[in-house]
Ligand binder design. Structure first.
Ligand code: DC
Length: 218
């Protein structure tokens, strides 16, 4: 049996950082499922495919060669690690993520990450749809204001100018879309632990996840 830790939550909640650190500590594989939707969005934008063109999006998703290698994300051998992180790409990813046939193609891609000795997967539907058999499920969140502040700090640290009110509006709009879409909406499953990181450091959040994992492993 391969253990899976599913960490789901809204955008900019810090789940990516926490999931990555937990994977490092346990020496598990790590799946950033949001990156897959961002890659489809980037390619669709590049090829001029509209966010509602289901047939073309399905063909496009099937054709992508995606690799996660040494901390880099490659699309058809090109490094897209940074370019998929823009706000614009995140917003388009959230729109394209509502297309069922895109989700179906990415489902198989995601299942391939489940390998020994274990997997930490982060996203919106890891515990509810993609890995319902997960040994540990976590719903990780923070208030929209804190998430906007964290995103703002991230951008400023990278030397990118940002407006906190615009970021907060983007976050609220993305929450609305991710929570209300028909296909695999973001939701806390009854068997998931709730982790509000608004007042926690990254280390505290990581330690809590490791503690829960050790509880279910024993
Ligand atoms: O986690 P993120 O912000 O990088 O994800 C970008 C978008 O992709 C998010 O707004 C919704 C979508 N997504 C999804 O629908 N299902 C997932 N498992 C992960 C992301």
């Amino acid at each position: 049996m391969i253990p899976v830790i599913a960490i789901d939550g809204p955008s900019a909640s810090g789940k990516g950082t926490v999931a990555q650190r937990v994977a490092e500590k346990l020496n598990f594989h790590y799946l950033d499922s949001g990156a897959l939707y961002r890659i489809v969005a980037l390619s669709a934008q590049f090829q001029g495919i509209g966010e509602t063109d289901e047939n073309k999006l399905n063909q496009l998703t099937k054709s992508l060669r995606i690799e996660f290698k040494e901390g880099k994300i490659l699309l058809n051998k090109q490094d897209v690690t940074e370019s998929i992180r823009s706000e614009e790409c995140g917003i388009l990813a959230s729109k394209i993520a509502a297309v069922k046939s895109v989700r179906d193609v990415l489902m198989n891609v995601q299942h391939q990450f489940k390998q020994h000795p274990g997997l930490v997967a982060d996203g919106r539907d890891m515990g509810s749809v993609v890995f319902p058999e997960s040994m540990l499920k976590i719903f990780l969140t923070a208030t929209p204001e804190i998430r906007a502040q964290r995103r703002y700090n991230q951008l400023i640290n990278k030397g990118i100018s940002a407006n906190i009110n615009d970021l907060l509006q983007d976050i609220l709009e993305r929450d609305r879309r991710d929570l209300t879409r028909k296909e695999s909406p973001l939701k806390q499953t009854p068997d998931a632990h709730f982790l509000d990181t608004s007042a926690l450091t990254i280390d505290q959040a990581v330690n809590q996840v490791i503690q829960w994992f050790s509880d279910v492993s024993n």
